[in-house]
Design a protein around this ligand. Structure first.
Ligand SMILES: Cc1ncc(COP(=O)(O)O)c(C=O)c1O
Length: 399
């Protein structure tokens, strides 16, 4: 029997998860005993800060019990304290925080509570984007609505320019600044406009703040702190939910820890729903998360590493004549495909991968994007330098 007849149409029509394609290529190259420089997936391999490891180890007892979706009280305290310290967000009756098992699952599952509210089924998001916004809408029976983000407007998502029927039928909108993959960021005025639009149109603002703490290490200087990325939660909890993560902030990608913070009127019923999903963060990981949210020094050290890599790679790309803007947040470079490749980002990345340098083509990071490739500055500086030499040779050879 045709496999597609055994599953539903949403699953049958899913494109392979783009990162899995990259993994396949990488594994093939490794099998062929080629040296691989992997700038594909944003998973920086920096040792986990020891106090987090210690906290987790000390809570791995000999009995095993189910964790709760609400989380341990110490974690809620750490969430609230982080929000206050980092963003000046005061605890209030309207604010709630909920632990997540990394932000990916929470991004996926929120659609199940929001799609269909008041009959509204559209989920708006920018393109290129984290692919889970789209798949979450589809699995929840909603309508994904990608909006092209272009360089000409700083990759800003501006829903007020969309057709009125889309604006009126949107259940929620995803914003993601600092933005993966472009590294773009927005200012307070943008957030205020977006919040205002959400309130006028009664749309839930979902802010993917995965990279909010990954900014230029120069901004750690108190005189530069006004340049640090913002979250819309600083300006309103009304119909705003922020999705934060310890993956990039604290390097806990493998342990899976994040939080949702925002409008209690949404998160409280959503928590009830989450009890069905099997997504409670293991208790020992929650203890590691408490340590992680309570400390910024280890994050400042990670920022230094990322900033050095971003500046180094950006200079190297400039030297090769590859156009891009050097971002002040995230660890991604979003670069234009050299003109001789005629904008064919997939061919560029596949051919470059054969040389051992894995990067992500724009087409795999969105439905409407093309002509760019993304470098996740995951490898160390020496490896990045080696990879840049390979990119240079590859481009020269392709002339
Ligand atoms: C924009 C964005 N959002 C969310 C995530 C999910 O991160 P995690 O599930 O590790 O918290 C990622 C991961 O790369 C991302 O790039």
């Amino acid at each position: 029997m045709n496999q597609d007849l055994l599953i539903n149409t949403v699953n049958a029509s899913l494109e392979p998860y783009p990162m899995e394609e990259l993994t396949k290529i990488r594994l093939r190259l490794l099998k062929e005993q080629k040296k691989v420089f992997d700038f594909g997936t944003g998973d920086p391999q920096i040792p986990v800060w020891q106090p987090m490891v210690d906290a987790m180890k000390s809570h791995m007892g000999s009995y095993s019990s189910y964790p709760s979706v609400r989380g341990i009280p110490e974690l809620e305290k750490a969430h609230l304290s982080y929000l206050k310290k980092r963003f000046g967000i005061e605890d209030s009756a309207g604010l709630m925080t909920v632990p997540s098992k990394g932000s990916k699952e929470s991004i996926f599952h929120i659609a199940l509570s929001l799609i269909g509210r008041q009959g509204k089924k559209i989920l708006i998001y920018g393109d290129p984007a984290y692919p889970v916004y789209r798949s979450s809408a589809l699995f929840a029976g909603g309508t994904p609505y990608p909006v092209s983000l272009t360089e000409s407007n700083g990759f800003k998502l501006e829903p007020w320019n969309l057709p009125l029927d889309v604006q009126n039928n949107a259940a929620a909108i995803w914003a993601n600044y600092p933005h993966n993959p472009t590294g773009a960021n927005v200012d307070k005025a943008y957030w205020l406009n977006l919040i205002d639009w959400c309130h006028q149109k009664d749309v839930i603002l979902l802010s993917d703040d995965c990279y909010v703490d990954i900014y230029d290490s120069g901004f750690d200087d108190p005189s530069q702190q006004h340049l640090r990325p913002l979250t819309p939660l600083m300006y309103s909890t009304d119909r705003v939910i922020s999705f934060m993560s310890l993956s990039k902030r604290s390097g806990l990608t493998g342990y899976r820890a994040g939080m949702m913070a925002g409008d209690r009127r949404i998160l409280e019923p959503h928590l009830k729903a989450r009890a069905n999903f099997g997504v409670a963060c293991p208790t020992y990981v929650q203890h590691g998360a408490v340590v992680a949210w309570n400390d910024d020094e280890h994050v400042a050290q990670r920022r230094k590493i990322f900033t050095e890599r971003v500046h180094f790679a950006s200079q190297a790309l400039h030297g090769l004549g590859i156009e891009h803007a050097c971002p002040t947040s995230t660890f991604y470079l979003w670069a234009k495909i050299p003109s001789k490749f005629k904008g064919d980002d997939v061919k560029f990345c596949l051919d470059l991968a054969e040389e051992g340098v894995i990067t992500s083509p724009a087409k795999w990071l969105g439905e409407k994007s093309s002509g760019y490739f993304r470098l996740a500055l995951v490898p160390e500086l020496e490896e990045t330098a080696e990879a840049m030499n390979l990119i240079e040779k590859f481009i020269r050879r392709s002339i």
